[in-house]
Design a protein around this ligand. Structure first.
Ligand code: G1P
Length: 281
């Protein structure tokens, strides 16, 4: 049985790269085709067997709560018409899980956002999804692959992919030793021994970048409480994970699947084209 039931979605950021679109609309609500980014993330978590969605929001994010709720007026209006089918998918998402919210009052970084979510997570291992990293796979989703790994290794698991060296300053970058696991054929595994948040290319320990999927053990909260502000003066999850990596508790997973950086306009357009072509085929 899959033990990870909770998924945390840090969703308090301003989305400045998408202004003016994100002036009044949370970036997590920007749609790829007709579905908001956050809904893709929630569906990925449900596919991985999770049923408790914990969302760290901020000011101006109330439409997220409305999205994962019933809109009686709208449903009444379209009841019995062909348009009813447009709501089938979101209805089944709402029925499959619960949503709880807490607000990050000050933006002090991803590590701080995750620590803010402690009140919703408690003392269980949990997943973290950054909704602007949109993932897709024909076979099992990335989070499902990672929860299976967790069941075997019982430590923090982070998704990584190869990036062009010149992009290292956009990501957390890891280094470590390959784990030989012949029972595991989908992706490859690395026991992490170093990680740096957004290094310049000359300082990057490798070309393996962290993408927005993590499985974390609850002891991460104690480490985060002690983590000093790092890159950009923010509390970085990468710095907290480095502490766990020093005691061998972090595995990086080169996953099977596609990932789009929907935090950038280029990645967003790429994702839109990809999902459009997929839908039409
Ligand atoms: C965050 C993390 C970074 C990671 C990235 C993945 O950065 O801090 O380590 O590589 O997400 O998308 P952000 O993109 O929020 O600046």
């Amino acid at each position: 049985m899959n033990k990870i039931k909770k998924c945390l979605f840090p969703a308090a950021g301003y989305g400045t790269r998408f202004l003016p679109a994100t002036k009044a609309i949370p970036k997590e609500m920007l749609p790829v085709l007709t579905k908001p980014l956050l809904q893709y993330g929630v569906e990925e978590a449900i596919e991985a067997g999770m049923d408790t969605m914990a969302i760290v929001t901020g000011r101006g994010k109330r439409s997220i709560e409305d999205h994962f709720d019933i809109s009686y007026e709208l449903e009444h209006q379209i009841k019995g018409t062909a348009k009813e089918s447009y709501l089938t998918e979101i209805r089944s998402v709402i029925n499959a899980c619960t949503f709880s919210y807490t607000r990050q009052v000050e933006m002090k970084g991803l590590g701080h956002a995750i620590l803010t979510g402690e009140t919703l997570i408690g003392t269980e291992p949990f997943a973290v999804v950054l909704a602007d990293d949109l993932c897709d796979n024909e076979d099992d989703g990335v989070l499902k692959q990672m929860t299976e790994l967790y069941e075997k290794y019982k430590c923090c698991i982070i998704a990584v992919e190869e990036i062009p060296p010149e992009d290292s300053n956009k990501y957390g970058v890891i280094a470590g030793d390959t784990i030989k696991d012949s029972s595991y054929t989908k992706g490859s595994l690395i026991r992490v021994n170093d990680m740096v948040e957004k290094p310049e290319p000359k300082d990057a320990p490798s070309n393996l970048a962290i993408i927005g999927r993590y499985i974390l053990t609850p002891d991460i909260f104690d480490v985060l409480r002690e983590t000093k502000p790092g890159k950009g003066g923010e509390i970085q999850i990468t710095d907290a994970l480095l502490e766990m990596a020093k005691i061998g508790k972090v595995i990086a997973y080169k996953f099977d699947g596609k990932r789009f950086d929907c935090g950038s306009v280029d990645g967003f357009v790429e994702a839109t084209n990809y999902f459009y072509t997929k839908e039409k085929s």
